[in-house]
Design a protein around this ligand. Structure first.
Ligand SMILES: [Zn+2]
Length: 326
């Protein structure tokens, strides 16, 4: 049974220190990998087919090319121009307009149908390695997250879910219409709640799944379900995975997570019970960690020793902000 928010808490008189409120105007999300997107999407231009064609013919256009969860990279860049890039882009099957950059140059992304033959120096890099190894500039991750999520949606919506007829891409790649019944289909984002649960001021709940590398503990997380609020999703997932009841929940920051099309909703929450019951079907372990424990884990990168997730994860951001409070 879900506890009423903030009601009947066992430690109603104990204070939970929360990180600064996002409503203070500071954009915590902008600190996260895949969050910085310098492109103006210009959604109002997508329906103007002639304008999109002019953008596509613009010699200054920048081209991003993906094959599944990998993106073409050369010399620290994932946006290309020139005749060789133009020829390679012709091999892509689905093409989408990403927007205009600060210099007014149009950016497009395309998805290869078959694995392309690459020139020396070109590599296809998976998006996790791209971020972990910082292979491109910080402003490249937002556009590639936008491209991957949208192109993945195209792959999975080639046929209408209503009548089964083929669909076709329109609106510069932001809509597919059914050729049979005319239903309009739009790109999807799958929200995931990820939360750092605090017990009083000085300890937090972290867990690990069997697929994590040895020693890594992180925030609990899970997909939101239809018809559910962010706060209820946090309470449900924490209860399911750890047995802990959660009262107050507060949103902190979000992160596009292109694996393939998620939006991570980072939250803090207040525990109103303390006895952990680990869901062994899903989790390897859940435990309370003190602030000193967490500070030591943030300094450790060695597999096998207790440590936190890498910088690219919003979970690390949530943990770092909390650890720095005292
Ligand atoms: Zn249809």
């Amino acid at each position: 049974m879900r506890p009423a928010p903030g009601a009947g808490t066992r430690k109603a008189n104990r204070k939970m220190i929360l990180p600064p409120d996002p409503s203070s105007g500071f954009d915590w999300s902008s600190h996260n990998t895949y969050s910085v997107n310098p492109l103006h999407r210009h959604s109002e231009q997508r329906a103007d087919g002639a304008l999109v064609q002019r953008h596509l013919a613009d010699p200054r256009r920048r081209l991003m090319m993906l094959f599944g969860d990998r993106v073409l990279v050369k010399s620290g860049r994932l946006d290309f121009e020139g005749s060789a890039a133009n020829a390679l882009f012709q091999e892509t099957e689905t093409q989408i307009f990403l927007g205009l950059d600060l210099e007014g140059r149009p950016w497009f992304a395309g998805e290869f149908k078959n694995e392309p033959e690459l020139e020396p120096g070109e590599t296809l890099v998976d998006l996790r390695s791209l971020a972990r190894d910082a292979l491109v500039g910080a402003d490249g991750y937002g556009p590639v997250a936008q491209a991957r999520a949208t192109l993945f949606w195209h792959q999975r919506h080639r046929f209408c879910g209503v009548c089964g007829a083929p669909t076709v891409s329109i609106a510069a790649g932001y809509q597919r219409n059914c050729t049979g019944c005319g239903t309009q289909h739009f790109p999807r984002t799958d929200p995931v709640v990820i939360m750092l649960i605090q017990d009083g001021e000085d300890r937090v709940l972290l867990g690990r799944t069997p697929r994590f590398e040895a020693g890594m503990y992180t925030c609990l997380a899970g997909f939101m379900e239809p018809g559910e609020t962010v706060e209820d999703a946090v309470r449900r997932e924490v209860k399911e995975e750890s047995g802990i009841d959660v009262g107050a929940v507060r949103y902190h920051a979000s992160q596009p997570w292109p694996f393939p099309a998620n939006l991570m909703l980072g939250c803090y929450g207040e525990a109103i019970s303390t006895d952990i019951k680990v869901d062994k079907a899903e989790m390897d372990d859940c435990a309370w960690f003190s602030r000193d424990d967490v500070k030591a884990m943030l300094q450790t990168t060695e597999v096998g020793k207790l440590h936190c997730p890498p910088k690219l994860a919003v979970a690390r951001h949530l943990i770092e902000v909390w650890a720095a409070l005292k």
